[in-house]
Design a protein around this ligand. Sequence first.
Ligand code: NAI
Ligand code: MG
Length: 355
Amino acid sequence: MNRYRIATIPGDGIGNEVVPAAQQVLERAGSHFGITLEWNELEWSCEYYARTGRMMPANGLDTLAEHDQIFLGAVGYPGVPDHVSLWGLLIPIRRAFRQYVNLRPVTLLPGIDSPLRAVPEGGIDFVVVRENNEGEYSEVGGRMYRGTPDELAVQEAVFTRRGIERVMRYAFDLAGRRAGRLASATKSNGIIHSMPFWDEIFRELGSEHPGVETSEYHIDALAALFVLDPARFDVVVASNLFGDILTDLGAAIIGSIGIAPSANLNPEGDFPSMFEPVHGSAPDIAGTGRANPLGQVWAGAMMLEHLGHADAADAVMGAVSHVLAETGVRTPDLGGTASTSEVTDELLTALETEV
Ligand code: NAI
Ligand code: MG
Protein backbone atom coordinates (compact mmCIF):
# COMPACT_ATOMS: atom_id res chain seq x y z
CA MET A 1 0.00 0.00 0.00
CA ASN A 2 1.27 3.44 -0.89
CA ARG A 3 0.14 5.17 2.25
CA TYR A 4 2.20 7.99 3.72
CA ARG A 5 1.97 10.02 6.90
CA ILE A 6 2.73 13.64 6.08
CA ALA A 7 3.19 16.28 8.77
CA THR A 8 1.86 19.61 7.48
CA ILE A 9 3.02 22.88 8.97
CA PRO A 10 1.12 25.65 7.15
CA GLY A 11 2.82 28.21 9.43
CA ASP A 12 2.03 31.89 9.01
CA GLY A 13 0.51 34.28 6.51
CA ILE A 14 -0.01 32.86 3.04
CA GLY A 15 1.30 29.48 4.23
CA ASN A 16 -2.26 28.96 5.48
CA GLU A 17 -3.59 29.67 1.99
CA VAL A 18 -1.17 27.84 -0.28
CA VAL A 19 -0.76 24.65 1.81
CA PRO A 20 -4.47 23.67 1.70
CA ALA A 21 -4.54 24.50 -2.03
CA ALA A 22 -1.56 22.24 -2.70
CA GLN A 23 -3.00 19.47 -0.50
CA GLN A 24 -6.10 19.35 -2.73
CA VAL A 25 -3.96 19.00 -5.85
CA LEU A 26 -1.70 16.32 -4.34
CA GLU A 27 -4.65 14.34 -3.04
CA ARG A 28 -6.30 14.38 -6.43
CA ALA A 29 -3.09 13.28 -8.15
CA GLY A 30 -2.50 10.66 -5.46
CA SER A 31 -5.95 9.16 -5.91
CA HIS A 32 -5.19 8.51 -9.58
CA PHE A 33 -1.97 6.67 -8.76
CA GLY A 34 -3.08 4.65 -5.74
CA ILE A 35 -1.32 6.91 -3.24
CA THR A 36 -2.95 7.82 0.07
CA LEU A 37 -1.61 10.86 1.86
CA GLU A 38 -2.54 11.01 5.54
CA TRP A 39 -2.08 14.60 6.62
CA ASN A 40 -1.35 15.49 10.21
CA GLU A 41 -1.65 19.24 10.59
CA LEU A 42 0.54 20.97 13.18
CA GLU A 43 -0.25 24.53 14.18
CA TRP A 44 3.37 25.54 14.79
CA SER A 45 3.86 29.15 13.74
CA CYS A 46 4.56 32.66 14.99
CA GLU A 47 0.99 32.72 16.29
CA TYR A 48 1.78 29.59 18.29
CA TYR A 49 4.95 31.34 19.51
CA ALA A 50 2.95 34.36 20.65
CA ARG A 51 0.78 32.02 22.76
CA THR A 52 3.42 29.60 24.06
CA GLY A 53 6.82 31.29 23.77
CA ARG A 54 8.03 28.50 21.43
CA MET A 55 7.79 27.94 17.69
CA MET A 56 7.12 24.24 18.32
CA PRO A 57 6.65 22.12 21.45
CA ALA A 58 9.71 20.76 23.27
CA ASN A 59 9.00 17.29 21.79
CA GLY A 60 8.26 18.73 18.34
CA LEU A 61 11.10 16.93 16.58
CA ASP A 62 9.96 13.60 18.07
CA THR A 63 6.47 14.26 16.73
CA LEU A 64 7.83 15.02 13.27
CA ALA A 65 10.01 11.91 13.31
CA GLU A 66 6.86 9.76 13.33
CA HIS A 67 6.02 10.99 9.84
CA ASP A 68 7.29 9.97 6.42
CA GLN A 69 7.72 13.55 5.17
CA ILE A 70 7.08 17.16 6.18
CA PHE A 71 5.12 19.63 4.06
CA LEU A 72 5.73 23.21 5.18
CA GLY A 73 4.22 26.53 4.08
CA ALA A 74 6.19 29.43 5.52
CA VAL A 75 6.91 30.85 8.94
CA GLY A 76 7.54 34.45 9.91
CA TYR A 77 5.31 37.28 10.90
CA PRO A 78 5.73 40.93 11.83
CA GLY A 79 6.18 41.18 15.58
CA VAL A 80 8.23 37.99 15.90
CA PRO A 81 11.89 38.52 14.96
CA ASP A 82 12.82 36.50 11.88
CA HIS A 83 15.72 34.78 13.65
CA VAL A 84 13.21 33.39 16.19
CA SER A 85 11.04 31.79 13.52
CA LEU A 86 14.03 30.49 11.60
CA TRP A 87 16.09 29.15 14.53
CA GLY A 88 13.02 27.97 16.47
CA LEU A 89 11.62 25.77 13.73
CA LEU A 90 13.21 25.52 10.29
CA ILE A 91 16.86 25.22 11.23
CA PRO A 92 16.31 22.64 14.02
CA ILE A 93 14.28 20.51 11.57
CA ARG A 94 16.87 20.78 8.80
CA ARG A 95 19.70 19.89 11.19
CA ALA A 96 18.12 17.24 13.43
CA PHE A 97 16.91 15.34 10.38
CA ARG A 98 20.22 15.79 8.51
CA GLN A 99 18.47 17.44 5.60
CA TYR A 100 21.83 18.47 4.26
CA VAL A 101 20.71 18.96 0.67
CA ASN A 102 18.48 21.88 -0.18
CA LEU A 103 17.40 21.25 -3.74
CA ARG A 104 15.99 24.22 -5.64
CA PRO A 105 15.05 23.81 -9.30
CA VAL A 106 15.28 26.94 -11.42
CA THR A 107 13.17 26.09 -14.46
CA LEU A 108 11.31 28.53 -16.66
CA LEU A 109 7.88 26.94 -17.04
CA PRO A 110 5.95 27.12 -20.32
CA GLY A 111 3.86 30.24 -20.76
CA ILE A 112 5.88 32.34 -18.31
CA ASP A 113 7.87 35.35 -19.37
CA SER A 114 11.18 35.70 -17.61
CA PRO A 115 12.01 39.27 -16.60
CA LEU A 116 15.21 38.66 -18.55
CA ARG A 117 15.05 39.72 -22.17
CA ALA A 118 14.94 37.13 -24.93
CA VAL A 119 14.97 33.90 -22.97
CA PRO A 120 13.48 31.21 -25.23
CA GLU A 121 11.08 28.59 -23.88
CA GLY A 122 13.16 26.03 -22.02
CA GLY A 123 16.04 28.53 -21.87
CA ILE A 124 16.38 28.32 -18.09
CA ASP A 125 16.56 24.83 -16.65
CA PHE A 126 19.00 24.20 -13.85
CA VAL A 127 19.08 23.09 -10.23
CA VAL A 128 20.81 24.70 -7.28
CA VAL A 129 22.07 22.27 -4.64
CA ARG A 130 22.47 24.34 -1.49
CA GLU A 131 24.34 23.03 1.55
CA ASN A 132 21.71 23.08 4.27
CA ASN A 133 23.30 22.08 7.59
CA GLU A 134 26.43 24.14 8.23
CA GLY A 135 28.48 26.89 6.61
CA GLU A 136 27.66 30.50 7.31
CA TYR A 137 24.47 29.71 9.28
CA SER A 138 26.29 28.95 12.49
CA GLU A 139 25.76 29.34 16.19
CA VAL A 140 29.47 29.83 16.81
CA GLY A 141 30.31 33.36 17.83
CA GLY A 142 29.11 35.97 20.22
CA ARG A 143 28.66 39.60 21.10
CA MET A 144 30.55 41.68 23.61
CA TYR A 145 30.45 45.16 25.12
CA ARG A 146 26.82 45.61 24.16
CA GLY A 147 25.57 49.14 24.21
CA THR A 148 29.06 50.69 24.41
CA PRO A 149 31.22 52.23 21.69
CA ASP A 150 33.37 49.06 21.85
CA GLU A 151 30.43 46.83 20.93
CA LEU A 152 31.37 43.93 18.67
CA ALA A 153 29.98 40.79 17.06
CA VAL A 154 31.84 37.70 15.85
CA GLN A 155 30.16 35.02 13.74
CA GLU A 156 32.14 32.01 12.58
CA ALA A 157 31.28 29.95 9.51
CA VAL A 158 31.68 26.20 9.98
CA PHE A 159 32.78 24.01 7.07
CA THR A 160 33.52 20.33 7.63
CA ARG A 161 35.01 17.84 5.18
CA ARG A 162 32.12 15.49 5.85
CA GLY A 163 29.53 18.23 5.32
CA ILE A 164 31.10 19.51 2.10
CA GLU A 165 31.71 16.06 0.65
CA ARG A 166 28.22 14.74 1.15
CA VAL A 167 26.47 17.70 -0.47
CA MET A 168 28.96 17.76 -3.33
CA ARG A 169 28.57 14.02 -3.93
CA TYR A 170 24.84 14.56 -4.19
CA ALA A 171 25.42 17.37 -6.72
CA PHE A 172 27.86 15.30 -8.80
CA ASP A 173 25.38 12.41 -8.94
CA LEU A 174 22.56 14.75 -9.90
CA ALA A 175 24.66 16.33 -12.67
CA GLY A 176 25.49 12.82 -13.89
CA ARG A 177 21.78 12.10 -14.26
CA ARG A 178 21.13 15.46 -15.97
CA ALA A 179 23.25 17.22 -18.61
CA GLY A 180 26.54 16.39 -16.86
CA ARG A 181 27.66 19.91 -15.94
CA LEU A 182 28.36 21.05 -12.38
CA ALA A 183 29.30 24.57 -11.33
CA SER A 184 30.62 25.40 -7.86
CA ALA A 185 30.02 28.74 -6.13
CA THR A 186 33.14 29.92 -4.33
CA LYS A 187 34.79 33.09 -3.07
CA SER A 188 38.28 31.84 -2.37
CA ASN A 189 39.84 35.16 -3.34
CA GLY A 190 38.29 36.95 -0.36
CA ILE A 191 37.40 34.17 2.08
CA ILE A 192 40.77 32.55 2.45
CA HIS A 193 40.24 29.53 4.72
CA SER A 194 36.83 27.97 4.21
CA MET A 195 36.43 28.62 0.49
CA PRO A 196 39.82 27.23 -0.61
CA PHE A 197 38.88 24.14 1.47
CA TRP A 198 35.55 23.98 -0.40
CA ASP A 199 37.41 24.29 -3.74
CA GLU A 200 39.93 21.55 -2.85
CA ILE A 201 37.18 19.07 -2.07
CA PHE A 202 35.32 20.05 -5.24
CA ARG A 203 38.42 19.27 -7.30
CA GLU A 204 39.03 15.97 -5.48
CA LEU A 205 35.50 14.83 -6.18
CA GLY A 206 35.73 16.15 -9.74
CA SER A 207 38.61 13.77 -10.43
CA GLU A 208 36.40 10.91 -9.20
CA HIS A 209 33.65 11.95 -11.65
CA PRO A 210 35.33 12.28 -15.07
CA GLY A 211 31.92 12.18 -16.76
CA VAL A 212 30.88 15.46 -15.15
CA GLU A 213 32.23 18.69 -16.58
CA THR A 214 33.08 21.04 -13.71
CA SER A 215 33.51 24.78 -13.39
CA GLU A 216 34.14 27.17 -10.49
CA TYR A 217 32.88 30.73 -10.22
CA HIS A 218 33.23 33.40 -7.59
CA ILE A 219 29.79 34.02 -6.18
CA ASP A 220 29.57 37.62 -7.41
CA ALA A 221 30.38 36.65 -11.00
CA LEU A 222 28.07 33.65 -10.75
CA ALA A 223 25.18 35.89 -9.71
CA ALA A 224 25.80 38.07 -12.76
CA LEU A 225 25.80 35.00 -15.03
CA PHE A 226 22.41 33.89 -13.68
CA VAL A 227 21.15 37.07 -15.35
CA LEU A 228 23.42 37.26 -18.39
CA ASP A 229 23.65 33.60 -19.42
CA PRO A 230 21.38 31.30 -17.40
CA ALA A 231 21.42 28.65 -20.17
CA ARG A 232 25.01 27.83 -19.26
CA PHE A 233 23.99 26.10 -16.01
CA ASP A 234 22.86 22.54 -15.32
CA VAL A 235 23.61 21.94 -11.62
CA VAL A 236 25.10 24.53 -9.27
CA VAL A 237 26.46 23.57 -5.83
CA ALA A 238 26.76 26.28 -3.19
CA SER A 239 27.24 26.85 0.51
CA ASN A 240 24.30 27.65 2.77
CA LEU A 241 24.38 31.45 2.42
CA PHE A 242 25.52 31.60 -1.18
CA GLY A 243 22.85 29.07 -2.15
CA ASP A 244 20.18 31.02 -0.32
CA ILE A 245 20.96 34.24 -2.15
CA LEU A 246 21.38 32.54 -5.53
CA THR A 247 18.00 30.84 -5.27
CA ASP A 248 16.04 34.02 -4.63
CA LEU A 249 17.70 35.34 -7.78
CA GLY A 250 16.86 32.03 -9.47
CA ALA A 251 13.22 32.41 -8.43
CA ALA A 252 13.17 35.93 -9.85
CA ILE A 253 14.47 34.93 -13.29
CA ILE A 254 11.81 32.22 -13.62
CA GLY A 255 9.10 34.81 -13.26
CA SER A 256 8.03 34.97 -9.61
CA ILE A 257 9.14 33.94 -6.16
CA GLY A 258 5.59 32.56 -5.88
CA ILE A 259 6.51 29.64 -8.18
CA ALA A 260 9.86 28.45 -6.88
CA PRO A 261 10.00 25.22 -4.84
CA SER A 262 12.51 23.82 -2.40
CA ALA A 263 13.21 20.35 -0.99
CA ASN A 264 15.22 19.84 2.19
CA LEU A 265 16.45 16.32 1.65
CA ASN A 266 17.91 13.65 3.88
CA PRO A 267 19.04 11.61 0.87
CA GLU A 268 19.64 8.45 2.92
CA GLY A 269 15.99 8.40 4.03
CA ASP A 270 16.99 7.91 7.68
CA PHE A 271 14.75 10.86 8.59
CA PRO A 272 11.82 12.69 7.02
CA SER A 273 12.63 15.25 4.36
CA MET A 274 10.84 18.60 4.20
CA PHE A 275 9.22 20.25 1.20
CA GLU A 276 8.38 23.97 1.07
CA PRO A 277 8.17 26.87 -1.36
CA VAL A 278 11.15 29.27 -1.52
CA HIS A 279 8.93 32.21 -0.61
CA GLY A 280 8.03 33.36 2.89
CA SER A 281 4.74 34.19 4.57
CA ALA A 282 4.16 37.35 2.46
CA PRO A 283 2.40 39.40 5.14
CA ASP A 284 1.79 42.13 2.55
CA ILE A 285 -0.73 39.97 0.67
CA ALA A 286 -1.78 37.48 3.38
CA GLY A 287 -5.56 37.23 3.74
CA THR A 288 -6.33 38.66 0.30
CA GLY A 289 -6.73 35.23 -1.37
CA ARG A 290 -4.28 36.23 -4.10
CA ALA A 291 -1.23 34.14 -3.16
CA ASN A 292 0.23 32.05 -5.94
CA PRO A 293 -0.10 28.38 -4.91
CA LEU A 294 2.28 27.07 -7.60
CA GLY A 295 5.47 27.13 -5.49
CA GLN A 296 3.74 25.03 -2.83
CA VAL A 297 2.27 22.71 -5.48
CA TRP A 298 5.66 22.26 -7.14
CA ALA A 299 7.20 21.51 -3.71
CA GLY A 300 4.47 18.88 -3.35
CA ALA A 301 5.45 17.36 -6.71
CA MET A 302 9.02 17.12 -5.42
CA MET A 303 7.66 15.28 -2.37
CA LEU A 304 5.81 12.77 -4.57
CA GLU A 305 8.98 12.23 -6.56
CA HIS A 306 11.04 11.73 -3.39
CA LEU A 307 8.47 9.15 -2.24
CA GLY A 308 9.19 7.25 -5.46
CA HIS A 309 6.12 8.35 -7.43
CA ALA A 310 7.64 10.13 -10.41
CA ASP A 311 4.48 9.41 -12.43
CA ALA A 312 2.29 11.31 -9.97
CA ALA A 313 4.86 14.12 -9.74
CA ASP A 314 4.92 14.40 -13.54
CA ALA A 315 1.12 14.58 -13.62
CA VAL A 316 1.14 17.45 -11.13
CA MET A 317 3.80 19.35 -13.08
CA GLY A 318 1.96 18.60 -16.30
CA ALA A 319 -1.12 20.24 -14.82
CA VAL A 320 0.93 23.25 -13.70
CA SER A 321 2.41 23.65 -17.19
CA HIS A 322 -0.99 23.25 -18.80
CA VAL A 323 -2.59 25.92 -16.61
CA LEU A 324 0.27 28.34 -17.25
CA ALA A 325 0.59 27.75 -20.97
CA GLU A 326 -3.01 27.13 -22.04
CA THR A 327 -5.30 29.05 -19.71
CA GLY A 328 -5.03 32.69 -18.75
CA VAL A 329 -5.64 31.75 -15.14
CA ARG A 330 -2.83 33.10 -12.99
CA THR A 331 -2.33 35.14 -9.84
CA PRO A 332 -1.32 38.84 -9.84
CA ASP A 333 2.39 38.12 -9.21
CA LEU A 334 2.37 36.56 -12.73
CA GLY A 335 0.39 39.42 -14.22
CA GLY A 336 -3.03 37.78 -13.89
CA THR A 337 -6.12 38.50 -11.83
CA ALA A 338 -7.03 35.04 -10.53
CA SER A 339 -7.32 34.05 -6.89
CA THR A 340 -5.53 31.17 -5.17
CA SER A 341 -8.68 29.06 -5.34
CA GLU A 342 -9.31 29.80 -9.03
CA VAL A 343 -5.80 28.62 -9.88
CA THR A 344 -6.30 25.54 -7.68
CA ASP A 345 -9.59 24.66 -9.40
CA GLU A 346 -7.92 25.02 -12.77
CA LEU A 347 -5.14 22.66 -11.65
CA LEU A 348 -7.69 20.09 -10.48
CA THR A 349 -9.41 20.24 -13.86
CA ALA A 350 -6.12 20.00 -15.74
CA LEU A 351 -5.13 16.94 -13.69
CA GLU A 352 -8.03 15.02 -15.17
CA THR A 353 -6.36 15.20 -18.57
CA GLU A 354 -2.82 14.65 -17.26
CA VAL A 355 -3.52 11.23 -15.77
P1 NAI B 1 8.30 36.75 1.08
O1 NAI B 1 8.75 35.67 0.20
O2 NAI B 1 7.30 36.40 2.11
O3 NAI B 1 7.70 37.96 0.20
C1 NAI B 1 8.49 38.68 -0.75
C2 NAI B 1 7.56 39.30 -1.81
O4 NAI B 1 7.09 38.27 -2.68
C3 NAI B 1 6.32 39.95 -1.20
O5 NAI B 1 6.01 41.10 -1.95
C4 NAI B 1 5.25 38.91 -1.37
O6 NAI B 1 3.94 39.40 -1.50
C5 NAI B 1 5.67 38.19 -2.65
N1 NAI B 1 5.30 36.77 -2.62
C6 NAI B 1 5.89 35.79 -1.89
N2 NAI B 1 5.25 34.63 -2.08
C7 NAI B 1 4.25 34.87 -2.94
C8 NAI B 1 3.23 34.04 -3.52
N3 NAI B 1 3.13 32.72 -3.26
N4 NAI B 1 2.34 34.62 -4.36
C9 NAI B 1 2.43 35.92 -4.65
N5 NAI B 1 3.37 36.76 -4.14
C10 NAI B 1 4.26 36.23 -3.29
O7 NAI B 1 9.62 37.36 1.77
P2 NAI B 1 9.76 38.50 2.90
O8 NAI B 1 8.74 39.56 2.68
O9 NAI B 1 11.19 38.83 2.91
O10 NAI B 1 9.47 37.76 4.27
C11 NAI B 1 8.20 37.75 4.90
C12 NAI B 1 8.27 36.83 6.09
O11 NAI B 1 8.48 35.49 5.66
C13 NAI B 1 9.42 37.15 7.05
O12 NAI B 1 8.96 36.97 8.36
C14 NAI B 1 10.47 36.11 6.69
O13 NAI B 1 11.30 35.78 7.76
C15 NAI B 1 9.60 34.93 6.32
N6 NAI B 1 10.26 33.98 5.43
C16 NAI B 1 10.06 32.66 5.71
C17 NAI B 1 10.60 31.70 4.91
C18 NAI B 1 10.32 30.28 5.22
O14 NAI B 1 9.43 29.97 6.00
N7 NAI B 1 11.04 29.34 4.64
C19 NAI B 1 11.43 32.04 3.73
C20 NAI B 1 11.51 33.47 3.49
C21 NAI B 1 10.96 34.39 4.33
MG1 MG C 1 15.88 32.70 1.12
